[in-house]
Ligand binder design. Structure first.
Ligand code: CP
Ligand code: NVA
Length: 320
């Protein structure tokens, strides 16, 4: 790996300059301090992008995608470019032509970091295990930490105090919900998920989120009743009913999730100042109506914008 560039601006005062573990394979790879530092740095990068123009000093970062992407791919590529680095893109299955441990040990000889979107969390974990350069999870079946960072940045912008905020997730208890739950618990929010039977979040991740919430004064709960979940909520969040790789289950899921659409009626049970959130892409007419996405309450494009700033902060803290 090349050494730090002389032109790199110092991180803002009080911010840890490095992420100790070296990888962000899941949300909890960040300590509390690092998590807050990334959010602070994301705000600073958003305010003063020019100050970070050469921060990566020409480092190259591989972006490996096993699944489609608009937001993650473009924002990582832009983030790297705007921080003075080079993004190398590669699409397709990882570990198919050769063992993943070989791919990892090739990549580490060429690039300073690896951003990886995969089907299995194990692929992210194995990449982090076998390569000596930082690995960032750009979505797996279990987590979407970059999305949750941008979402927390967005909530901090919309609400003066995120502590005690009521965040209701309506939908599938998988990757986006897992990361959101962990980050919300970290910030002392009250997180509720409403899901159909059989679509619960992972027990282990719920337990981790509950442990965090116990420390921060937040809470984590689940229900099968979307109306109960959104009552008085400050933010309502949903995600697609069939995630990438689950296309074969789409028809069955449309039936299972039929009562879980976020529409104007469901939104009317939330706090009058509540915002609507979605990681995107959205399937209008399924998990959310067009009118909710297009409403004044919708902050979905702020979330999308913040992917750029939050990921810049993550890259700076891992690679600078
Ligand atoms: N939200 C999100 O990760 O979008 P993409 O799948 O387009 O990257
Ligand atoms: N849960 C969705 C999120 C897409 C950003 C999926 O995994 O496809």
């Amino acid at each position: 790996m090349t050494s730090s560039p002389v032109s790199a601006p110092p991180p803002p005062a009080g911010i840890a300059s490095r992420i100790a573990k070296g990888d962000v394979t899941r949300d909890l790879d960040l300590t509390h301090e690092e998590f807050r530092a990334v959010l602070e740095l994301a705000d600073d990068v958003k305010r003063s992008p020019a100050a970070y123009r050469s921060a990566l000093g020409g480092k190259s970062i591989a972006l490996l995608f096993e699944k489609p992407s608009l937001r993650t791919r473009i924002t990582f590529e832009l983030a790297i470019q705007q921080l003075g680095g080079f993004a190398i893109l590669n699409d397709g299955p990882i570990g198919a032509r050769e063992p993943l441990k070989d791919a990892a040990r090739n990549l580490e000889r060429w690039v300073s970091g690896i951003v990886l979107r995969t089907f299995l969390q194990k692929t992210v974990d194995d990449m982090a295990r076998w390569s000596r350069v930082p690995v960032i999870n750009a979505l797996s079946d279990m987590y979407h930490p970059c999305q949750a960072l941008a979402d927390m940045q967005t909530l901090r912008e919309k609400f003066s105090d995120t502590r005690g905020l009521r965040l209701a997730f309506v939908g599938d208890g998988n990757n986006v919900a897992h990361s959101l739950m962990l980050c919300a618990a970290r910030l002392g929010m009250h997180f509720t998920i409403a899901h159909p039977e059989g679509y619960e979040p992972e027990t282990k991740i719920v337990a981790e989120a509950e442990r965090l919430a116990a420390e921060t004064g937040g809470t984590v709960s689940g229900t099968t009743d979307p109306y109960a979940a959104v009552r008085g909520a400050n933010a309502i969040y949903t995600d697609v009913w069939a995630s990438m790789g689950e296309e074969d289950e789409a028809a069955e899921r449309r039936t299972d999730f039929a009562n879980y659409q976020v529409d104007d009626d469901l939104m009317s049970h939330a706090d009058p100042g509540a915002v609507f959130m979605h990681c995107l892409p959205a399937k209008r007419g399924e998990e959310v109506t067009d009118s909710v996405v297009e409403s004044k309450r919708s902050v979905v494009f702020d979330q999308a914008e913040n992917r750029l700033h939050a990921q810049k902060a993550l890259l700076l803290m891992l690679l600078q």
